[in-house]
Design a protein around this ligand. Structure first.
Ligand SMILES: [Cu+2]
Length: 166
């Protein structure tokens, strides 16, 4: 007496796809903060935009000269200075000490700006839940009891169209 159709039960654990999209906190420490050096028809209006820029310690200020003349940004206390920037050029300075730094343009000292460097931002507690990504579910085991169907393609090669139309 044969028992046919004895099939081992295949238990498949379907893992729920746990896609944990963790919020990516934008690190602010390495950000650069732009300042535009601008000119105008009246040279007395030349200056920096924004006139006051606030950055956190570790951040970098990047000055870009949108004018036609060369400008720079030079601390009034002489502690730092960008190179003289030609039209379209940029110069950067990073700040590691909190404080307020006024600066001017060396060739045009009436151009004035201020950099306020604050202590590192109160590092927003990265409340990222500890979620371990689920391992990739293994592919369903193939049914090895059934022979793989061999289906050779014996069809005639294309291009031999008899061209019979009704
Ligand atoms: Cu200038």
């Amino acid at each position: 007496m044969l028992r046919s159709g004895f099939v081992l039960p295949i238990t498949i654990f379907a893992l729920a796809t746990l896609v944990a999209i963790l919020p990516v906190a934008t690190a602010s420490a390495d950000e650069s903060v732009p300042v535009t050096i601008h000119e105008g028809a009246d040279a007395s209006t030349w200056g920096y935009t924004p006139a006051t820029t606030t950055v956190a310690v570790g951040q970098t200020v990047v000055w870009t000269n949108s004018g036609a003349f060369a400008h720079d940004a030079a601390a009034t206390d002489g502690s730092w200075k960008t190179p003289l920037l030609n039209q379209g050029a940029s110069g950067s300075m990073s700040f590691s000490t909190p404080g307020t730094y006024t600066y001017i343009c060396t060739p045009h000292p009436w151009m004035q700006g201020t950099i306020v460097v604050t202590a590192a931002p109160a590092a927003a507690p990265t409340a990222v839940p500890t979620v371990e990504p689920a391992p990739a579910a293994p592919p369903a085991a193939p049914d090895t009891t059934a022979p793989a169907p061999q289906a050779p393609d014996n069809s005639a090669p294309a291009g031999s169209d008899a061209g019979s139309g009704n």
